[in-house]
Ligand binder design. Structure first.
Ligand code: ITT
Length: 193
């Protein structure tokens, strides 16, 4: 029987574990959440910085290989905001969406992208690899759909007429920023671990 590679997913967001496990299903890699209290201080200035902070912290508390996903929504007309502040833009997911739509109001330029930076660290917290994935689209004028999480209901993916929250899990997990970053990371893991 094939030995599974076990990796600690450096997150407190269960949606990320769900999507990452789904995308890597059958790859021989098993992701588990950090045991104990995982609450790193994300005080970096970039997705890259925060991704490293989270991976190192998960390696430190688990003593194993860790993968972090730092992600967010960057809106062109808002100078890249909410960006690294996406999870803390307001107090609840619905309030974050409402704030985004209010801040954009009738702005014609609704271009946006989801970004995901993944960092892999070894058991001692040394960086093994870092990758970035993006997914480009537009911010809708109002929200549609209930699948996914976060800003999915207002993110219209380029090439599709629907928001990410109207997509099946299967489709989102083929075209998302997370899927894009993960396919590069899986290649590295398979060749190097
Ligand atoms: P961890 O730091 O514990 O991993 P988090 O949710 O706080 O969980 P981030 O700091 O990386 O993670 O912030 C990511 C935020 O960006 C997330 O909470 C959503 O608001 C948004 N986001 C990221 N990926 C998304 C996706 O696939 N769909 C919708 N929103 C997403």
């Amino acid at each position: 029987m094939e030995n599974k590679i076990k990796i600690v997913l450096a997150t407190g967001n269960p949606h990320k574990l769900e999507e990452i496990s789904e995308i890597t299903n059958g790859s021989g890699i098993e992701f588990v959440l950090p045991s104990g209290n995982f609450d790193p201080i994300e005080n970096g200035k970039t997705f890259e910085d925060n991704s490293v902070i989270k991976a190192k912290e998960a390696s430190k508390i688990s003593g194993g290989i860790a993968l972090a996903d730092d992600s967010g929504l960057c809106v062109e007309a808002l100078n890249g905001e909410p960006g690294i502040h996406s999870a803390r833009y307001d107090t609840t997911p619905q309030r974050r969406i409402d704030k985004l739509l209010k801040n954009l109001a009738d702005t014609a330029n609704r271009k946006a992208k989801f970004v995901c930076v993944m960092t892999l660290t070894d058991k001692d917290g040394n960086i093994l690899h870092q990758v970035k994935g993006e997914c480009h689209g537009q911010i809708a004028k109002e929200q549609f759909g209930t699948n996914g999480f976060g800003y999915d209901p207002v993110f219209l993916v380029d090439g599709y007429d629907i928001t990410m929250a109207q997509m099946s899990e299967e489709l989102k997990n083929k075209i998302s920023h997370r899927a894009n970053a993960l396919s590069k990371m899986i290649r590295f893991i398979k060749e190097n671990l």
